[in-house]
Design a protein around this ligand. Structure first.
Ligand code: TA6
Length: 301
């Protein structure tokens, strides 16, 4: 059953809604320029394929599509904490907005066949019981040959709150062994594979030889995701984000993830745009924080 408030956005053959047999609702959007699929749970972009450059996102072949469960792939939206919640072992990893249904606020299909979709999620009595702060989130996706995401976090309350956030994209790579991430040289990071020890990255690029799980701090630099096997490069630019995360589970960690295929660790890397740890944000009453990310496929000569 598709709620009438959603059906009003339908454009047969361009924007359609598809209930998943296990209970989640998906939005399919296609124009001559791209094909995209969103899950209303988490305002989760699970697929984005620009015609010119091929799939921009990785989605696990074993991904679960269950109400209240995270989806392994696409772009999970992380709020109001990143990773485990400090002093709350009972709380879910990466906050709670990625596993709750968002509202679809607006859809624009432009003459150039690009599109923008705006989703919103606000605090409820249920979330206030989990995390005692009123908040309003607005997430706008602009889809064309590139992907732009604008994220507003608003404090409608009368007391400040502190939050962490992240866009947690999974990017496909042909071969993790010939993939590198450029742009983080000189930045300090917490190494989750080494007891969260704080280190400085002196290398010209992050390359992958084992489980890699790094939270980089105080960096607003563009990152370039380069895969020499497929001769592709993705430029990741951001504003309003001071942290970046690079993650690949490698063999042992991926074996603990039932929603990831056995060999799939070789075919994705997460390069995340965040505000986490000491880059977390305290938002005054009535104020908003604005966060922008732009993902641009670039040709590699
Ligand atoms: O982004 C890195 C990370 O925090 C890793 O430590 C790993 O846990 C990953 O996120 C995925 O988390 P998830 O809860 O989606 O399995």
């Amino acid at each position: 059953m598709i709620p009438p408030a959603l059906l009003r956005w339908s454009i047969p053959g361009t924007l359609d809604f598809h209930p998943h047999p296990e209970g989640l609702l998906f939005l399919h959007l296609q124009t001559p320029r791209f094909h995209a699929r969103f899950c209303l749970q988490g305002a989760h972009l699970v697929e984005f394929t620009p015609k010119e450059s091929g799939p921009m996102l990785f989605l696990s072949s074993h991904a679960q599509f269950l109400p209240g469960k995270p989806i392994r792939g696409g772009i999970p939206v992380i709020f109001p904490w990143f990773g485990p919640r400090e002093n709350h072992p009972e709380s879910p990893m990466h906050g709670f907005v990625r596993t709750r249904c968002w509202e679809l606020e607006d859809v624009q299909i432009l003459p150039d066949q690009s599109a923008s979709l705006t989703f919103s999620f606000g605090s409820t009595p249920e979330t206030l019981a989990l995390w005692p702060h009123a908040f309003q989130l607005r997430l706008r996706f602009v889809l064309a040959s590139t992907l732009a995401i604008d994220w507003e976090v608003h404090n409608p309350g009368d007391t400040p709150f502190h939050f962490e956030q992240a866009l947690h994209p999974y990017f496909p790579v042909q071969n993790i062994h010939t993939t590198q991430v450029v742009g983080l040289q000189g930045a300090s990071f917490f190494d989750k594979t080494d007891a969260l020890s704080r280190k400085q990255d002196l290398e010209p690029a992050v390359r992958f030889h084992a489980e890699t799980d790094r939270l980089y701090l105080h960096t607003s630099a563009d990152c370039l995701l380069e895969d020499s096997s497929s001769k592709t490069r993705l430029r990741i630019a951001k504003t309003g984000s001071q942290s970046s995360v690079v993650w690949n589970p490698w063999i042992a960690k991926s074996a603990t993830l039932p929603d990831l295929g056995n060999e799939e660790w070789q075919h994705f890397v997460c390069v995340e745009q965040a505000n986490a740890a000491e880059n977390g944000i305290t938002l005054a009453p009535g104020k908003s924080h604005f966060f922008h990310a732009l993902y641009t496929p670039e040709s590699v000569a």
